[in-house]
Structures are given as structure tokens and as C-alpha cells.
Design a protein around this ligand. Structure first.
Ligand code: XLS
Ligand code: NI
Ligand code: NI
Length: 440
């Protein structure tokens, strides 16, 4: 088969001193960090939709990038050309996983039976490539937001026929995910949300979403899917009130509907900031609830305020992310670059530069997070800050869950007034962070 990215060699690690544009400066797959190779800490994935489909079109203009890969767009020949391009791309970068929506893989036909036949055909083709290359599937999902039928959402649609169509798409996307050995299956709420209460039954909509998810779990388990289902929280865009606003909201929803044993969360950096949170906050909330599943590794732009899906570049954030991930003992999923090159970065080389940037940003984050943990000062500070609950009788009583309000009230009366809590030392801790970030 003909090489598609002819001017691009296999990208390898050359170290921070290298000036080679097509080399990793920090991502050294075999380097051992805290007892594990970098590649195991960072199971990176390519998002089919951004990398192989998106051309840079936005609401003000058409695409700038040519993603035809030598085949006519909208044909099965093009679908296969994307597979060829994607596998060559992943191999050249040492990316070991991919993620997909059903409609990223094949052009949708007028009749779902024909779309499904196309999905069978393309998944055979992908499977053969996976066997040849060792590349794996991280997760699959169904696009239940693009087609006009989903104008009111999928599980949340007012139309039972649309609800059924969503069920059909999920069933097939699960079939393909299982066929490709995917580790996870994602529900991103898409248009599951609402614009105005004047026309919306929120109770019915959210219950129906849960019903659809429950059916997906039942079917998935029936066909042998052993992985995790994920909700990917996002607060806005496209809808004003998205039902999976953030990690805490999604966890509450999963628990309320008895879905928490089968589901974890897929946390996306850009969605976290849209929700008014930091990425690390969302990761921590997921982790402490046993729900940290997978990560959509990208970044937003605070000055724009929508889901800009940029490649990760901010090392402060990747360090804080990896700190959470290391503390949580890793992720069962991976790091999916749900990211696209900027519209003016439209060439094939830019696709590679983007992944090199993202992979190096996370490699640096991993190294710096490991250094923060090994340094230990921040951990120690946090431990001491809460020492009351480990060392004093009253503190221990509170955390044991045995204290009563009357007892604590009597204790407080005896105190007169408590001393101020110890200093939070934020600036001192931030200095440590900088010191470690910029130390060679
Ligand atoms: C959109 C989401 C989407 C999911 C998969 O904002 O990030 O790309 O990751 O449907
Ligand atoms: Ni997103
Ligand atoms: Ni995403």
C-alpha cells in the first residue's frame, strides 16, 4: 500500500536539546517513571473525528485542510483511505490507541441497515490493520448529535422514534466496539440538555437518558463487553443546560439511576473549564468517587470560552493532571487527544506537530508530577494541614463518624473560641510548584 504521509519519517525521542521538528523532546516511551515506562503511564489515543475527518470548517467558513487522503469524500473508498492514513499516522508517532464515533468511520446512508453494513465492512478492514500493527481501540461511541433528527437530543428526545433510532445506533456502535476489543464505550451528552423550560419535561428527559444507558449496559454485557461505560461531562455547547454538566452532576446522576457500577467518567480538560472548574478539580472529583475512567486530553482558551479542542500545550495543567492521575494509581482508560489543529494549521505536517506537542506536554507533565510526588513537600503540607483529624481526640472522633452535635457543642463551649486554622501557605506551595517545574 502506498505511503500517505510521504515526507514524515517515524517520529522518535531525541531529547530536549534536539532541534528536529519531527522528534519528541520529552516523550520517551521506554523511560521508567515511578517504576513504569512512560508509554504505560500515557496510553495515548487518536480521535478519528478530529484527526481524520475534521477539515477546519466552522460557522464562518468552510474547511481549510484536505482530508481526502486521495479518495472521493463520502465514499467507502474514502472511509478506507482514512483507515490507511490513520494507521500510518499512529504508527509513525507510536500512538497505540484510537477512539471513534460510528459516523467517523463510514458515511451515513439514508437507511440504517446500509450504514450498519458499511460499519461491518470498515470494521473488518480496521481489524485487519489492528492485527498487523498492534494498535488497539480505546473506546467507541455513537454520534447522536449531528443528524437533524437529534435536534432535541437522543435519550432526551421528545420523539420515541428518534429514541429508538438512538438505541439502534448505540447497539451497532457497541457491536463494533466489542468487535474491535475497545476498552470503553462513551456517552457524551451531545444535545442531551434543553434550551427552555417552557417546552421541556426535565424529569422525563433525564429518566429516559438513564433508561437508554441501562439498555446499553444490559446489551453490552450480553455481547461480552467487559470494559467500562463512560459519561463524558460537558456543561454547555451545544445546549444551554446540559444534563451531564460536570463530574459531580454526572456521578449524582449515575448513582441516582443505579448505573454507577458499570459507568466511570471520561474527563475532558476543555469541558472542565467550560464548567467553571479546573481540569484537575474534575479529575479529583472523579477519582475520590472511584469514577476516574479515561481522559480527553485537550485544552480550551479562556479568552474564547467555547470547546476549542486545542492540543495540550500548558505544562502547568498537564502536570496537575498527571499529579491527579498518579495519585489515583493511573487511569483504566487512556489519554485521547480530543483535539484539532487550528484552522490555519491545515497541512499534514501540522497534524504531526500537534501530536508531538500534545505527547511532549503530557510527558513533561508526567515527569514533573512524579518530581512533585518524590519531592514530597506538598503532600506533607496537606497531611499536616489536616493533622487535627489524625492526632487529636476530638478530630479522630469526628472522622470516626461517632461524634454527635451535642458533644461537639459542649466541646466548643469549653474552648471559648477556637484558634485560627493554620496558614494555607498557598504562595509558598506555588513557589515549590514553580521550582520543580523549572528545575532541569
Ligand atoms: C464534544 C465531545 C466529543 C466526545 C465524543 O465536545 O468532546 O468529542 O468526546 O463524542
Ligand atoms: Ni469536547
Ligand atoms: Ni471529548
Amino acid at each position: 500500500m502506498e505511503e500517505i504521509f510521504k515526507n514524515i519519517p517515524v517520529v522518535s525521542y531525541e531529547g530536549a536539546a534536539s532541534k528536529n521538528k519531527l522528534a519528541f523532546k520529552y516523550y520517551d516511551a521506554n523511560r521508567i517513571v515511578l517504576g513504569k515506562p512512560m508509554s504505560e503511564h500515557l496510553p495515548f489515543a487518536m480521535a478519528w473525528w478530529h484527526n481524520l475527518c475534521a477539515t477546519g470548517a466552522d460557522m464562518f467558513g468552510v474547511g481549510t485542510a484536505d482530508k481526502s487522503f486521495g479518495a472521493p469524500i463520502g465514499t467507502m473508498e474514502h472511509a478506507k483511505a482514512k483507515v490507511d492514513a490513520g494507521f500510518e499516522f499512529m504508527q509513525k508517532l507510536g500512538i497505540r490507541y484510537f477512539c471513534f464515533h460510528d459516523v467517523d468511520l463510514v458515511p451515513e446512508a439514508a437507511d440504517i441497515k446500509e450504514t450498519n453494513r458499511r460499519l461491518d465492512e470498515i470494521s473488518d478492514y480496521i481489524l485487519a490493520k489492528m492485527k498487523q500493527t498492534g494498535v488497539k481501540c480505546l473506546w467507541g461511541t455513537a454520534n447522536m448529535f449531528g443528524n437533524p433528527r437529534y435536534m432535541n437530543g437522543a435519550g432526551s428526545s421528545n420523539s420515541a422514534d428518534v429514541f429508538c433510532f438512538a438505541a439502534a445506533q448505540i447497539k451497532k456502535a457497541l457491536d463494533i466496539t466489542v468487535k474491535l476489543g475497545g476498552k470503553g464505550y462513551v456517552f457524551w451528552g451531545g444535545r442531551e440538555g434543553y434550551e427552555t423550560l417552557l417546552n421541556t419535561d426535565v424529569a422525563l428527559e433525564t429518566e429516559n437518558i438513564a433508561r437508554l444507558m441501562k439498555m446499553a449496559v444490559d446489551y453490552g454485557r450480553k455481547i461480552g463487553f467487559k470494559g467500562d461505560f463512560y459519561i463524558e461531562p460537558k456543561p454547555k455547547e451545544p445546549m444551554k443546560h446540559q444534563y451531564d454538566f460536570d463530574a459531580a452532576t454526572a456521578i449524582g446522576f449515575l448513582r441516582a439511576h443505579g448505573l454507577d457500577k458499570d459507568f466511570k467518567l471520561n474527563i475532558e480538560a476543555n469541558h472542565a473549564t467550560l464548567a467553571g472548574h479546573t481540569f484537575e478539580h474534575e479529575l479529583r472529583i472523579a477519582a475520590i468517587n472511584g469514577m476516574l475512567g479515561s481522559i480527553d486530553a485537550n485544552q480550551g482558551d479562556m479568552l474564547l470560552g467555547w470547546d476549542t479542542d486545542e492540543f495540550p500545550y500548558d505544562v502547568y495543567t498537564s502536570t496537575k493532571c498527571m499529579y491527579e492521575v498518579l495519585k489515583a494509581g493511573g487511569v483504566s482508560g487512556g489519554f485521547n487527544f480530543d483535539a484539532k489543529t487550528r484552522r490555519p494549521s491545515y497541512t499534514a505536517e501540522d497534524m504531526f506537530y500537534a501530536f508531538i506537542l500534545g505527547m511532549d506536554t503530557f510527558a513533561l507533565g508526567l515527569l514533573k508530577a512524579a518530581a512533585l510526588i518524590e519531592d514530597g513537600r506538598i503532600d506533607k503540607f496537606v497531611e499536616q494541614r489536616y493533622a487535627d483529624y489524625k492526632t487529636t481526640e476530638i478530630g479522630k472522633k469526628i472522622t470516626s463518624g461517632k461524634a454527635t452535635l451535642e458533644e461537639l457543642s459542649a466541646y466548643a463551649e469549653k474552648l471559648g473560641a477556637p484558634a485560627l486554622p493554620c496558614s494555607g501557605r498557598q504562595e509558598y506551595l506555588q513557589s515549590i510548584f514553580n521550582e520543580i517545574l523549572f528545575k532541569n
